[in-house]
Structure formats: C-alpha cells, structure tokens
Write a protein that binds this ligand. Structure first.
Ligand code: FJE
Ligand code: FE
Length: 296
C-alpha cells in the first residue's frame, strides 16, 4: 500500500542526447525538440541550445504561426524586425515573441562579445491565434520572479508557476517554463498540470528523476510520461545541476511546417508563401526591408 502511494511522480520515458550541428550562418546548435527522435512534441516544435560567435548569427528570416522564446544564458544578442522593433538581450533575459501572422527579423550576437549562448524554444499556436497580431513580451533577468523551495534550490519562473511564484508572461498556448539551479544532495517536487506534455533539457550536472531515479546528464532531453500524474520528483546527488523544465498543453491539431512557417494545412502553407512573396496579409513591411544588424 505504502509503495503504491509513494508512486506519485511522472517518470522519464526517454533520454536523447543533442550533439552540436551547424545552423543559421556560422552558428552551432544542440537541437533538443525538433531533432528526428524528438519531432513534434506537441505543443513544442523546436528547442535549440545555441552557441554563436561574433561572426555568425541568424540574419533576416520570416516566421508565421507560432512563438519563438529566446532565453539568454551568456553573452548578448541583438534583434531587429521589419516593424522597427529592436533591442539587445543579455544573460538571464527573456524575449517571448509571438510571430502570429508574420514577423521578419534578424537575430545576431553583439559583435564585441565573443560568444552568445542561450536557448530558443518554438511553441506552436492554436488555430485561432496563428494569424494574431505579432507581440513581444520582454523581461530582463531581474524582472523574472524566483522561487526558492528550499536553500540550494533556485527556480526562475519564466512561464507558469512554481512553489507559489507565478510568471506574468501571457501564454496563448498554456506553457510552463522553469529554469532550475540545484545544489548537490537536494530533492524537489515540481507540480505539472496533469494534461501537459513535458520534458527536461539538461544544461549542466546530473539529476535523478521520478520514483525510479532515471539518470539525466548534460545536453540530454528527458521526456515525461503522459500518465495524468501532476508532479515530477527531481533529485541531485554528488553534483550541482542546471536544467530547464518545459511543459505545455498539447494542441492536438494538424501541423504542417515548412521551415519558419507552421500552419494547420498545406493550403495555409501555400497561402503563406504567397503572402510572404507578395508582401501581404501581415508581411506588408517585408517589401524592401533589410536589417541593419545582419550586415555590420
Ligand atoms: C530558422 C534555420 C534556422 N535555431 N536558435 C531555419 F536556424 C532558423 C533560426 C533558428 C534560431 C535562431 C536563434 Cl536566435 C536561436 C535558432 C534556429 O532562426 F528560423 C529557420 N527557419
Ligand atoms: Fe527567428
């Protein structure tokens, strides 16, 4: 009886290592969600841990139908879009961009810095929000609330809530995004809505997850069981650990992706090509636009 009562945590159903690959222009990414073994982890489309030196980046490119969430770990990144929205994000800062009906932008490291390191998550939008007006939600490191379940466990609450602390990021697709730093020899239980799919992406150290203590190491994605349980138990042993917990409500809608365009049908993808090429229906400003940051 006691043993069945103790089995409250979700478990890890798979662990996948992300090796570095080339992406963008001269950039290196470790692709988590979106790699062949981890396709369409509804509602998530992609998670990249990126490393870009001052010669590389992600010059002028479009998006439609989803959100890009950029979270910086080290260094500085500049962005500029076709509507004149421009800025720099540094270590610990967050840019939550809803592309909606259309954004064309450029994402480049600040040239004087040697390395920009961070995470970019792509979250799919539900049908009724795919063509919404683009929106940015930007938070500096110091504006992101922290939870400390106990000494030696620090959680930055990027989206959703943890241990009574709630983020003010508005999510059109219900999403939880937590940045955990745990000292060695700690245990924490994190609530996760039972309908959410989720995973952990490991940045540093080793953790042991669930009642059977599945071992997870740096650069691995650990996907959660979908068993209706509403917590995940995480333990550290002889190493400190740094990881993100990402979970969300699956949309359960058809996904047709063509690179940076993610819609519900092939027809909508064709319409998107036409809209982008003829600069209409959200891409008006794409005509003749060139960023100033992609070419120094
Ligand atoms: C993109 C190829 C790309 N991962 N991580 C194709 F590289 C991209 C793209 C990114 C990206 C940008 C940042 Cl800042 C961080 C990334 C892929 O921009 F959108 C397509 N379609
Ligand atoms: Fe982009």
């Amino acid at each position: 009886m006691a043993s069945t009562l103790a089995k409250t945590s979700r478990s890890i159903v798979r662990a996948v290592l992300s090796k570095e690959q080339a992406e963008g222009v001269g950039a290196r990414v470790r692709r988590s969600i979106g790699r062949p073994e981890l396709r369409n982890h509804d509602p998530f489309l992609m998670l990249d841990e990126f490393n870009v030196d001052n010669k590389g980046g992600f010059p002028d490119h479009p998006h439609r139908g989803f959100e890009t969430v950029t979270y910086m770990l080290e260094g500085q990144f500049q962005h500029e879009d076709f509507a004149g929205h421009k800025g720099t994000i540094g270590p610990g800062d967050l840019q939550w961009m809803t592309a909606g009906r259309g954004i064309v932008h450029s994402e480049m490291p600040v040239k004087s810095n040697t390395r920009a390191h961070g995470l970019q998550l792509w979250i799919n939008l539900p049908r009724e929000h795919k063509m919404c007006e683009p929106q940015y939600q930007e938070l500096l490191d110091k504006e992101i609330p922290r939870a400390t379940p106990e000494e030696g466990i620090m959680v930055k609450v990027i989206a959703g809530k943890s241990h009574g602390v709630e983020s003010k990021i508005y999510t059109r697709t219900p999403t939880m995004y937590l940045d955990y730093k745990m000292d060695k020899n700690k245990t924490v239980e994190q609530c996760i809505p039972s309908s959410y799919t989720g995973f952990i992406y490991m940045l540093k150290g080793t953790i042991f997850v669930g009642d059977d203590e599945f071992e997870g190491k740096a650069h691995h994605t650990l996907t959660f069981s979908e068993d209706g349980k509403d917590t995940i138990k995480i333990t550290t042993k002889d190493e400190d650990a740094h990881f993100v917990v990402i979970a969300g409500e699956p949309l359960k809608e058809p996904i047709v992706q063509h690179g940076p365009f993610v819609m519900n049908s092939q027809d909508e993808i064709y319409e998107t090509f036409v809209d982008y090429q003829s600069a209409q229906n959200g891409f008006e400003r794409a005509r003749h636009w060139k960023s100033t940051i992609a070419t120094q």
